[in-house]
Design a protein around this ligand. Structure first.
Ligand SMILES: [Fe+2]
Length: 132
């Protein structure tokens, strides 16, 4: 999967962070195609947890400082994704089967429903308020 302008929120710092998620999708996808899932899945999950914590805090802070009207709703979506990642980690640690598929589905949904839908809604507001 290659980054393209349809994924852009037109804010440099946030696009750079969103690319991390694409990189994780590719890392996991390559491993799944090459039968190396077991080797990378733990590290993909811990990178995903770190990404989620840093990136959501960063994005929510941009909303606070620019008085974005839909912070609560957006934060609610972030909290849902955080919960999902925690439950994936729990399943992984419990040795659940097909966890890579589940992680991949979650990441794909995240890209299409959160980044390309919900995140795009803050784009004009952030640009107008000088967030870069
Ligand atoms: Fe977001």
């Amino acid at each position: 999967m290659t980054w393209n302008s349809a994924m852009s929120v037109n804010v440099e710092s946030l696009d750079a962070q969103h690319r991390t998620l694409i990189a994780l999708i590719n890392e996991l996808g390559d491993a799944m195609n090459n039968g190396k899932t077991d080797v990378v899945i733990g590290s993909v999950l811990s990178k995903l947890i770190a990404y989620t914590q840093f990136h959501f805090d960063y994005e929510e802070n941009c909303m606070v400082i620019s008085c974005f009207a839909h912070l609560d709703h957006h934060k609610c979506e972030h909290d849902g994704l955080k919960k999902k990642v925690k439950s994936l980690e729990k399943d992984f640690l419990a040795g659940k089967a097909n966890i890579a598929d589940e992680i991949m589905n979650t990441l794909q949904q995240w890209l299409h429903q959160h980044i390309m839908e919900s995140d795009k809604q803050y784009s004009p507001h952030f640009i107008q308020n000088g967030i870069q």
